[in-house]
Design a binder for this molecule. Structure first.
Ligand code: FES
Ligand SMILES: [Fe+2]
Length: 334
């Protein structure tokens, strides 16, 4: 974890919900996370999950080094205590008869939610919509969803997400894993904007892939088997039948401008007698294949100028819409 705040150039991302950690990483005592280059302290209290700036307003100390008692966090330096709304409620060095502690002595608090086994934080007080999940897979008894792991990449969240959206690299980067059965040529496909992002579908001879992006960094790839035993696809490792659905989810959290933590999930309505570890075989390797490519991309950030890189209208159709959405979000007045 970093010790100093970085310069923040991506303040538009504060309007969105981002997972900062797994549910199991947040306890009754404080934990530190980084989001958009800022330190955040997160802990559980009776009212749910509390997330606040990890910086004491007295001398800037990390509150995450302190202790939580009865829902109040005490700074490790001089013991000032802050309630779950960030208000300073006790200064041990002051005698009891001192005047009330001014309201303005407070720590910035953020919206926090626990969903899908993740702790989500929105730094803006008026965040955009909260992401849903395809097929309502966490509630739907026909589906089982688990996380094969989280990954830290030295890359921007937008570059990482664009890689997850892009299937025209499969036959090069993921040979023998997720190759398109009829690749590398990409057939024309349509991209649709939605109220929360965008969606598109692509079929080879074995699978239909329905991509849905909850802008900016939550991507679901819902793979439906359309023909058994066709082509080479990672999700056919277990015996596939027509109608089998595997949902691969990729969520990129902007830890900073150049560091991204990826939360991944595999959901399925089939092979429920197969262990999760068997289903996850090869997943780490696929992620590492992507990591090597994405970490090598320059510049680290996707540029606002669409002409800064070259595009092919057909294979890059999804990427072109994504880049327009990124540009609109950056320039949107709030
Ligand atoms: S720095 Fe936090 S109480 Fe002094
Ligand atoms: Fe990939």
């Amino acid at each position: 974890m970093g010790n100093r705040e970085s310069v923040m150039s991506n303040s538009w991302m504060e309007r969105y919900w981002h997972p900062v950690g797994l549910s199991g990483e947040v306890r009754d005592q404080p934990s530190q996370f980084m989001l958009l280059g800022q330190r955040i302290v997160v802990f559980r209290s009776g009212n749910g999950v509390v997330a606040m700036e990890d910086k004491c307003p007295h001398r800037g100390t990390a509150l995450s080094g302190g202790v939580v008692t009865d829902g109040k966090i005490a700074c490790p330096y001089h013991g000032w205590q802050f309630n779950s709304h960030g208000k300073c409620v006790h200064i041990p060095a002051l005698p009891e008869e001192s005047p009330a502690i001014p309201e303005r002595i407070r720590v910035n608090c953020y919206n926090a939610r626990e969903e899908y086994g993740l702790i989500w934080v929105a730094m803006s007080s008026t965040p955009e919509s909260f992401p849903s999940w395809p097929r309502d897979a966490w509630q739907n008894p026909d589906y089982h969803t688990f996380s094969p792991g989280t990954y830290m990449w030295d890359a921007s969240a937008a570059r990482a997400t664009e890689a997850a959206m892009d299937f025209s690299h499969f036959n090069f980067v993921h040979k023998g894993y997720t190759e398109l059965a009829d690749g590398p040529i990409i057939k024309p496909y349509e991209v649709f904007e939605t109220t929360d992002g965008m969606q598109y579908a692509y079929e080879d001879t074995a699978l239909k892939r329905d991509y849905s992006l909850h802008f900016p960094f939550v991507l679901h790839d819902t793979k439906t088997v359309i023909a058994e035993g066709e082509g080479i696809t990672w999700s056919e490792k277990t015996a596939s039948q027509e109608g089998d659905v595997t949902i691969l989810t990729f969520i990129a959290t902007p830890v900073s401008d150049c560091q991204t933590r990826i939360f991944s999930f595999i959901g399925r309505n089939h092979s429920l007698d197969v262990s999760d570890s068997v289903m996850a075989e090869g997943f780490d390797e696929i992620m590492d294949q992507d990591r090597i490519v994405v970490e090598s991309q320059l510049p680290v950030e996707i540029q606002d100028n669409i002409n800064a890189e070259f595009h092919q209208r057909c294979p890059d159709a999804a990427s072109l819409v994504y880049r327009r959405l990124l540009s609109e979000a950056k320039h949107k007045r709030t």
